[in-house]
Design a protein around this ligand. Structure first.
Ligand code: CP3
Length: 340
């Protein structure tokens, strides 16, 4: 039997209980993931559909999540555009040849997602045969993807990104156009392959002033969401550290607004209006002892009682050092406390 609680909540329909999944739910905190990952590099894992299926299913089977998220990475389509990508243990992603000028940009192409990232579409098709919960596909938002390409990896200051935005805005916009086209086609291909909802991760949107978010980032998110309209799939837009951008995020056209933990969920819901919300417990609060964790989860459920659909989630990805038993406890508590 298909558990469609998550999809109902996305559409703002009544559900028997609040569905829960966790961002980055397939990953290093699970010994079962580590076992698979022990034999392959991260990129080899991402390009092996059978292994991707295996690790996608782990948190569904072990922790009883109400939705699965495709195992992949937001940077996979960027590599397909023609920028070599490396992952170094403990250092995160590296693009050894960052994109800093027109000549760099000219070397990028917009890939055919079925041809050049076919392993992702194969994973989706395989997963749909296995799953009894809905499958979420995903991509990075263009601004977040651009920061990795321009900086050459992760960043704290975003100096190179903002330097391009403020001193070469035409180049920056040209780059955003290219990334947007790639991302739009990539998500449309995921929809055709069988994804049942799509999440756009804007992990670094929160470093932008609202006026810059509106000028340099939001128009591209809007375009991707508009392009996906014909798929009929619920679209989740998650702008991390995005409390100050909430009204703008709502205008993106997404059906579900992802919330990080820095905002009170009840306050957010008043501003979000007629849309579902997803969130928003501090990922580190999974460390709380049971009575306090229970209280905190109850607080979020109470705050979301007037939501037009609520999907319980963390306010960002689960930390790699989280004890799996605590994640499992959180899932049980959400189910138990929200069951009507
Ligand atoms: O959520 C899931 O379970 C699906 C898989 C998934 C991964 N990355 C697997 C992964 C998803 C949805 C992502 C998204 C992603 N990737 C984001 C957006 C979400 C966020 O956290 O803000 C970003 C910014 C990336 C880029 C990325 N990938 C970074 C910065 C890192 C290194 C930091 C880290 O957490 O290790 C990765 C590596 C990565 N992506 C791992 C996993 C499981 C760890 C790789 C390993 O096994 O060593």
């Amino acid at each position: 039997m298909m558990n469609d609680t998550f999809l109902k909540a996305c559409r703002g329909e009544k559900t028997d209980y609040t569905p829960i999944w966790m961002m980055r739910q397939a990953g290093r905190y699970l010994p079962e993931y580590q076992a698979v990952r022990g034999n392959v590099t991260f990129l080899e894992l991402c390009k092996n559909p059978d292994l991707c299926v295996e690790v996608t299913l782990q948190p569904i089977d072990l922790l009883n999540m109400d939705a699965a998220i495709l195992f992949s990475d937001i940077l996979i389509p960027m590599e397909a555009m023609g920028t070599p990508l490396e992952f170094h243990e403990g250092r995160g992603p590296i693009f050894p040849k960052p994109i800093r000028n027109q000549a760099d940009l000219d070397r990028l192409h917009v890939p055919d997602p079925d041809e050049e990232t076919g392993f992702v579409m194969d994973t989706i098709r395989l997963l749909r045969k296995e799953l009894s919960v809905p499958l979420i596909g995903f991509a990075g938002a263009p601004f977040t993807l651009a920061t990795y390409l321009i900086e050459g990896g992760s960043s704290k200051m975003f100096w190179e990104t903002k330097k391009m935005m403020f001193t070469a805005p035409e180049l920056f916009h040209a780059m955003m156009e290219k990334i947007t086209e790639c991302t739009s086609l990539y998500l449309q291909a995921q929809a055709r392959a069988g994804a049942q909802a799509l999440q756009i991760f804007d992990s670094w949107a929160g470093v932008l002033a609202p006026c810059d978010f509106e000028e340099f980032a939001l128009p591209y998110v809007k375009r991707i969401i508009a392009d996906l309209n014909d798929t009929g799939l619920p679209i989740i837009y998650f702008a991390n550290n995005g409390a100050t951008l909430l009204d703008l995020s709502v205008s993106s056209g997404a059906d579900v607004i992802g919330l990080d933990w820095r905002i009170n969920i009840g306050d957010a819901i008043k501003r979000v209006g007629n849309k579902a919300v997803q969130g928003n417990i501090d990922p580190f609060s999974l460390l709380l002892p049971e009575p306090k964790l229970k209280k905190r989860i109850q607080g979020i459920l109470d705050g979301a009682k007037d939501a037009h659909g609520h999907i319980f989630n963390l306010g960002h990805g689960i930390n790699q050092f989280t004890p799996p038993a605590q994640a499992k406890l959180a899932v049980e508590l959400v189910h138990e406390l929200s069951g009507r």
